[in-house]
Design a protein around this ligand. Structure first.
Ligand code: ADP
Length: 154
């Protein structure tokens, strides 16, 4: 029993078509992908954690390979608890790279047996961020083109 389990950690506030694409494209690499909604983000959350988890579960309802969970504390500790050897992250821009390199290298120092695996955003997704979507929603705009169908803001 040496399953390839990946944790895809994030705030997912809300989950976007960019996130969905990263998960879908990773399914050929791993036996199981756990989308882990972090509770301790320093970012101001718009949607509560239960709603974020429920939305993502709905998006991947037909994918037994995908599990959705929430967690508190260090991502590496969560990986240990889950027996995950991979952390999955998406890369949009060079500024993502700068940020991700820091987290990835520190996570590697904390838990050497875990590898961070990066998947590049599709060009058409590289401008999509949860932050921009929150801004659209706060200002009464329609953000539906940027999120999976299961993510409903009404
Ligand atoms: P965090 O708060 O950890 O940055 P996010 O929910 O913002 O969590 O993002 C989770 C992961 O998804 C990060 O690796 C981020 O780079 C990636 N990501 C965010 N938006 C996109 C997108 N549009 N396309 C591809 N990857 C993305």
């Amino acid at each position: 029993m040496n399953q390839r389990i990946a944790v895809f950690p994030g705030s997912f506030d809300p989950f976007t078509i960019g996130h969905e694409s990263i998960v879908s494209r990773s399914l050929g690499l791993f036996d199981k992908v756990i989308i882990a909604v972090g509770k301790n983000s320093t970012k101001a959350n718009l949607f509560d954690i239960k709603k974020r988890v429920d939305w993502i579960r709905e998006v991947f309802r037909e994918f037994p390979q995908v599990e959705v969970d929430s967690y508190e504390g260090l991502t590496v500790d969560y990986c240990k608890r889950k027996g995950a050897r991979f952390i999955l992250r998406g890369l949009r821009t060079s500024s993502d790279f700068g940020f991700e390199r820091g987290i990835g290298q520190v996570n590697k120092a904390l838990l050497p047996e875990v590898e961070t695996v990066f998947i590049l955003a599709l060009p058409e997704h590289s401008a999509i961020s949860s932050t921009i979507i929150r801004d659209i929603i706060r200002n009464g705009g329609d953000a539906s083109q940027f999120v999976p169908k299961a993510v409903r803001f009404d």
